[in-house]
Write a protein that binds this ligand. Structure first.
Ligand code: CTP
Length: 407
């Protein structure tokens, strides 16, 4: 329920972990983005950050008590008023209480009393993050429709390193604004063409050569671009459902993708080659099934066309072209060489040997290299959040003067 002046009502729950201090920045970002923020701290959270800090920055005083003489039933007021409930950081204990449907403090009672979307950003030590009980609680919450902003890998309390560090406040704020439908329609009127998935190159009618790409990052990019107002064409080998409003062209081979992309890119403002295109294909695919009795066949390969290079060569003035690279070693070095070789404006590279990154995961972590020499790194986040960060860079290239002004 928005406030009378139209601002979305956001309950910001903070549970007791060292990362609670980062919720202060999240609070400020949400207020700056035009949200009415009502902070709710667990008792343990108050050991890490002061109520006063939140009260000073938020839209109303921070609350901690289920039983408050001044506001008789705060849990239902907050839960019913909320357009979104965020918990950041969410400790293992908070996740367990929420998953079990407990309501023994104001934050869990609010979570139980709301019908609004809920976004949780877990933060804890790696050992806790990897505990089967925590993994199960999170999977249960995800199945119930709770949005999760995955933690990043990095420095933890006490100097330890590993997975479990609270995601960047900026990433959490972006996910929150997405759920509130408050992303700017900054791609309105723009045509965006995206390729996704791994191509399949036939050996015979039943067998093919392919790779491990799932198409999830390309589909997330299509969804994000459509939500930001673009008219989107998605050329994909993947059977993943397409986001409403995205025009999907299904292809299988590099040759089919080449044709569809060349056609669609002609009048596009932005072209993103997120697909993993086979570099080689069988030169003479068999028209009938190759039989086992004939022994191991010799398959002669030939190179496929480099679609990205071809799109760069043909591109109309002003079109922004984005390439992808999946690397396993010397990631930034290989990426810089690839950016140069392919000639695209931006190159998004991920280290597919890192945990939870790349193929088939719902999360990704990337570096976005630009021809202007700058590199933006995006920590582990959902593929949707990564998509938005990539589109933010695309926006900088579509409006280079705006970028200069904002520096
Ligand atoms: N690409 C393409 N056509 C190809 C191969 C790749 O358009 N035949 C595009 C991919 O969609 C991606 C970028 O080129 O955007 C980089 O792909 P990648 O396979 O990493 O590059 P390669 O040039 O094949 O280099 P490598 O030797 O690392 O495989």
């Amino acid at each position: 329920m928005a406030t009378p002046d139209g601002r979305p009502f956001v309950v910001l729950g903070v549970s007791g972990g060292i990362a609670a201090y980062k919720a202060v920045e999240l609070c400020r970002r949400l207020v700056d983005a035009g949200c009415h923020v009502a902070p709710v701290l667990t008792e343990h959270a108050t050991r890490f950050v002061g109520e006063l800090t939140f009260s000073a920055l938020a839209s109303e005083p921070a609350q901690t008590e289920l039983y408050d003489a001044a506001a008789v039933i705060p849990h239902t007021r907050l839960g019913q008023s909320a357009d979104l409930v965020i918990v950041a950081p969410a400790t293992a204990h908070l996740l367990a209480r929420y998953a079990a449907g407990m309501a023994d403090d104001l934050l869990t009672a609010t979570l139980l009393a709301t019908r609004a979307p809920v976004l949780v950003a877990p933060a804890m030590h790696t050992e806790m993050w990897e505990q089967p009980s925590v993994v199960d609680n999170l999977a249960l919450l995800r199945r119930r429709g709770v949005e999760i902003v995955e933690p990043a890998v990095g420095r933890l309390a006490g100097g330890d390193e590993g997975a479990g560090r609270l995601a960047d406040p900026a990433t959490i704020a972006e996910a929150a604004l997405d759920l509130l439908g408050r992303r700017p329609a900054d791609l309105a009127g723009r045509r965006v063409v995206i390729s996704a998935g791994g191509t399949r190159e036939p050996i015979d009618p039943v067998r093919f050569l392919t790779n491990r790409s799932s198409g999830k990052q390309g589909h997330a990019l299509a969804a994000a671009a459509a939500d930001r107002g673009a008219s989107v064409v998605l050329v994909t080998t993947s059977a993943l459902p397409a986001h409403a409003g995205v025009r999907t062209i299904s292809v299988e081979t590099a040759a089919q993708m080449h044709e569809a992309m060349t056609e669609a890119a002609q009048d596009a403002d932005v072209v993103i080659m997120a697909a993993a295109v086979a570099d080689f294909r069988p030169r003479d695919p068999e028209s009938t099934k190759v039989k086992r009795e004939l022994g191991a066949p010799e398959i002669i390969l030939e190179p496929t066309p480099d679609i990205l290079v071809d799109l760069v060569e043909r591109r109309p003035a002003g079109q922004v072209v984005v390439g992808f690279a999946a690397e396993t070693d010397h990631v930034l070095e290989h990426a810089a060489a690839k950016l140069e070789r392919k000639g695209c404006d931006l190159l998004v590279v991920n280290d597919v040997s890192a945990p939870l990154v790349g193929f088939d995961h719902d999360t990704n972590a990337v570096h976005i290299l630009s021809q202007d020499g700058t590199t933006v790194s995006v920590d582990l986040a959902s593929k949707r959040a990564v998509a938005d960060r990539i589109l933010d860079r695309v926006m900088d290239h579509l409006n280079p003067s705006a970028e200069k002004d904002s520096r």
